[in-house]
Design a protein around this ligand. Structure first.
Ligand SMILES: [Zn+2]
Length: 310
């Protein structure tokens, strides 16, 4: 078991380290799979160039948005919930951005967790950077659940609104295979808005980024809450400007309402957030010191450095 060596607030412009937050009886650990770095003019074309010019600290040294991939491990009373399953073994360099991932299971093992010990894998949505390690293919080409003892939870509206044909190629085809495998999974748990999916864990389904995008609200023994809000926000700027959509948003017109609902929840007392793509500032709180919603990252323990760069 690796013990925490340092506790600090990371930089938004860095790829995520493996960080841990302890809130009462619940332990939250960012299981980092790898690095993603997106071109702001393509991935966030709705954000004016002047905004980045005014906030140079929000981009990395190459002018890209640092967005790591991975999942959030939530542990309480021996129950292990994993929210999302990383990008998988991927090296990519497209016009929209770069990716370099593949360390999800290595990170999990390094903090002393066996993949067979995961009780529930809950997806925020079915994009490739959240499902990468859900299934592995055997030597006969048959897919099997990576977390063999876990139920796999997905919102009804997310599963119902995915393409079913297998005519795609490359990564698109692989993603359809993952979705079809999930549909046929015997351990599938189809969930809906405001359902308690595990003790003290409630789903918030807000379409916009995807048809059934789901955030998870985890309550602690004393009533503190952490909200894993997935891709409702890709960068903190979108909390102050809820109309700044992201390139992969399936219904950009629905995005502001989804964000407002999340911001209302995040603005409640004793509430914390987890932003999977918020560089090395994944854990924080939303405050309104200047009127607009702003992300304030909090100190967390660093268990391991970022596993990859890109
Ligand atoms: Zn994502």
């Amino acid at each position: 078991m690796i013990t925490a060596e340092t506790a600090n607030v990371g930089k938004l412009s860095n790829q995520a380290a493996v960080r841990r937050l302890q809130l009462d009886d619940v332990t939250f650990t960012y299981i980092v799979d790898g690095a993603m770095a997106m071109e702001p003019q393509h991935f966030l074309s709705s954000v004016p160039a002047e905004y980045w010019a005014d906030h140079p600290d929000m981009l990395d040294t190459n002018g890209r948005i640092a967005m790591s991939a991975g999942g959030l491990l939530v542990e309480r009373d021996g129950f292990r919930l994993l929210i999302d399953a990383g990008l998988g073994m991927v090296t990519m360099d497209t016009g929209v951005g770069r990716g370099n991932s593949g360390d999800f299971l290595t990170t999990l093992a390094a903090i002393g967790v066996d993949k067979a010990g995961i009780d529930l894998l809950a997806f925020t949505h079915l994009h490739g950077d959240h499902t990468g390690w859900a299934f592995a293919t055997d030597t006969k080409g048959e897919p099997h659940a990576t977390f063999q003892h876990a139920q796999y939870a997905i919102a009804d509206t997310e599963l119902a609104n995915q393409p079913v044909d297998h005519t795609g190629a490359g990564q698109e085809h692989e993603q359809l295979t993952i979705i079809e495998t999930l549909r046929q999974s015997t351990n599938l748990k189809v969930i809906h808005d405001e359902q308690e999916v595990a003790p003290g864990v409630v789903a918030l389904v807000t379409p916009g980024h995807s048809p059934g995008h789901t955030s998870y609200v985890i309550a602690t023994a004393s009533g503190k809450r952490l909200i894993a809000f997935g891709d409702t926000f890709h960068t903190p700027a979108q909390m102050g400007y809820t109309g700044w959509s992201s390139a992969p948003d399936s219904d950009p017109h629905a995005v502001p309402a989804a964000r407002e609902r999340l911001l209302t929840e995040l603005s409640e007392p004793d509430t914390f957030g987890f932003g999977i793509h918020f560089g090395d500032q994944p854990f924080g709180q939303v405050r309104h010191d200047t009127g607009a919603a702003e992300w304030h990252p909090i100190e967390t323990a660093v268990l391991l450095p970022p596993p990859r760069t890109c």
